[in-house]
Design a protein around this ligand. Structure first.
Ligand code: IMP
Ligand code: MG
Length: 418
């Protein structure tokens, strides 16, 4: 499996944590390469639930874990996650990784409040403002965090600008000073110095040695900063291409691109959603699927599986296989629908429109399937209810990519390989 990337193919929360954990079993290294602690990954091992925002899920398998340059890292969160994890983590962090500073959280909040009607529903973790600083070339990187002199210089350079914006533009009270920030962050940096690692070099060397490396994506394809439903997107690149810029490795190092596809669709935060259900079927999916955000606890919006979206996801990402999750959540529904195309201005459209204006005009066209039973005891594909197999095989055919894994529950053992 040398280079395997695991991608959330929809709006995030497809169950990447569980699937990455599953594939991490055979991995030597597990890498995160984009996003930050806006992500929330849940892994259930032997009945025990682990929730991570920043650390790759592979940590539960005791693997070497790496944080690549494309990630934005909040050191307070890293410390907390490492402290909460009972075993010692074998972790490396790229010096180029940008650091989320306290002003980023406040700016995220201030920006969101000032948006009025066009709120995005960010996780308020400072992710957008941190990526903005990176693009503006005033960011603080991990190499600065672990070097006291550089850190002091950087804080002194950036702090007055951020304080002025926060107070004058967003009317925020800034309670931290250059000194309090330096004191706290230099301490954090000193503690993390031992993790400094050229992730690009380590990953490429490992791949040269034919070691298995799993790259764990965060968020989902339609939250991609360029190809998602802009502006209702995150600030990084969850599409598969994000792995090369997020790690510092050529595109041809990836052999497997695994799409995590939830058997229905969910979205947390605002933005278009053509198959959204606001009825008792939606309530069933929310309740049975525990559709509440891992990071913010917000109730997720839910809807039927959307094939125009999935065909588009396939085009953006070049998936080599699909992992279908949460099929058990559909158990109990009499009929199950799948959106097969959109009707836009009287035309049949097979793909997700490139603009929100187009999406707003889309009427979802559905195909109906008979409901099925999932007991959670199924071990092989053949054990699955025939109606479930009909549903899965239709998806496979329409997306044009084979299903290799089916998840029938949150536990590691509730997994069927096809
Ligand atoms: P941000 O990434 O915090 O800036 O939030 C931007 C949008 O992405 C909001 O709609 C969030 O709810 C959404 N979002 C960010 N991270 C995740 C995630 O891991 N899963 C699902 N949605 C996410
Ligand atoms: Mg999540």
């Amino acid at each position: 499996m040398p280079g395997t990337v695991v991608i959330g193919s929809q709006f995030g929360d497809e169950g990447k944590g569980k699937v990455t954990d599953f594939y991490s079993d055979k991995a030597h290294i597990v890498v995160r390469y984009q996003g930050g602690n806006n992500a929330g990954h849940t892994v259930v091992v032997n009945g025990k639930t682990f929730k991570f925002n920043l650390l790759p899920s592979g940590i539960t398998q005791g693997k070497r874990i790496l944080i690549g340059a494309g990630v934005v890292l909040d050191p307070r969160v890293l410390k907390k996650e490492l402290d909460n994890f009972e075993k010692t983590a074998d972790i490396g962090i790229d010096p180029r990784t940008h650091i989320v500073m306290p002003w980023h959280n406040l700016l995220d909040e201030g920006r969101e409040e000032s948006r009025g009607k066009t709120k995005i529903g960010t996780t308020k973790r400072g992710i957008g403002p941190c990526y903005a600083d990176k693009a503006e070339r005033i960011g603080i990187r991990f190499e600065d965090l672990v070097d006291e002199n550089r850190l002091k210089e950087k804080i002194n350079e950036v702090y007055p600008i951020k304080k002025a914006i926060l107070e004058k533009v967003y009317n925020k009270k800034v309670e931290f000073t250059e000194e309090t920030i330096f004191e706290e962050y230099s301490k954090l940096g000193n503690g993390f110095k031992k993790y400094l690692c050229d992730v690009s070099l380590e990953v490429c060397t490992a791949l040269d040695e034919k070691k298995n490396v799993v790259f764990e994506g965060a968020q989902g394809v339609f939250l991609d900063n360029d190809f998602g439903t802009y502006p209702f997107v995150t600030s990084s690149h969850p599409i598969s291409g994000g792995v090369t810029t997020g790690v510092g490795m050529p595109v041809n190092r990836i052999e497997r691109i695994i799409a995590i596809v939830k058997a229905y669709t969910t979205r947390v935060g605002f933005g278009p959603f053509p198959t959204e259900l606001e009825n008792e079927i939606g309530d069933h999916l929310i309740k049975k699927g525990c559709e509440f955000g891992t990071t913010t606890g917000r109730q997720r919006r839910v809807g039927w599986l959307d094939l125009p979206m999935m065909r588009t996801s396939m085009r953006f990402n070049g998936f080599t296989e699909l992992a279908i999750t949460k099929i058990d959540v559909l158990d109990g529904l009499e009929k199950i629908k799948v959106c097969t195309s959109y009707e836009i201005n009287g035309k049949d459209i097979q793909y997700f429109p490139y603009s929100n204006k187009g999406i707003a005009q889309a009427k979802a066209i559905y195909k109906e399937f008979e409901g099925f039973k999932i007991t959670g005891k199924e071990k092989t594909y053949e054990d699955l209810d025939e109606n479930a197999r009909i549903y899965l095989e239709f998806i496979e055919k329409e997306i044009g990519c084979p299903i290799k894994l089916i998840s029938i529950g949150p536990g590691r053992e509730e997994t069927i390989l096809k």
